[in-house]
Design a protein around this ligand. Sequence first.
Ligand code: SF4
Length: 179
Amino acid sequence: MKKTTIASVWLESCAGCHMSFLDVDERITTLLESVELTYTPITDIKTIPQVDIGIIEGGLGNEEEVHLAKELRSKCKILIAWGDCAVFGGINCMRNFIPVQDVLRGGYVDTVTTVNPEAILPGQDLPKLLPKALGIDTEVAIDVHVPGCPPDADTILYVFTELLRGNLPKLPPSMMRFD
Ligand code: SF4
């Protein structure tokens, strides 16, 4: 039987949503019998192939992340916003009340562990920050929203069981957690 192909990216995020797949414990082995992982943060594949399912962890915070979100959208049949950061921007939005230049100063100059006496900020060698951190549906169409920080094991299993049955998952209210 042909396996369902999956590609995933992490954008503006902490990686916790990808880690949450391990919370499924041994049940993940059954899932993996039916799916094939392609481009993901844990595989060494350099380009995103055409896949059945795309998963985005993390929100949009810079121009490279917008590019990646659009590329994955164009390469998959079903796109999932995975976790609070992807669904509505999540904890990244804490910076939305601060001007971008001050955000950069906070990260590259003012932290007590940083030694940067000339106060050099990133130039064109790093992707340009967006004015605000955003959820991914501000740039790409999403088929399935899975909130949670991160989504829990039962939600993960529910979503993938439905997808592998050919259904578009509709989360029951008990799984619509906004942490
Ligand atoms: Fe991390 Fe939570 Fe964002 Fe997932 S939703 S990437 S666990 S901060």
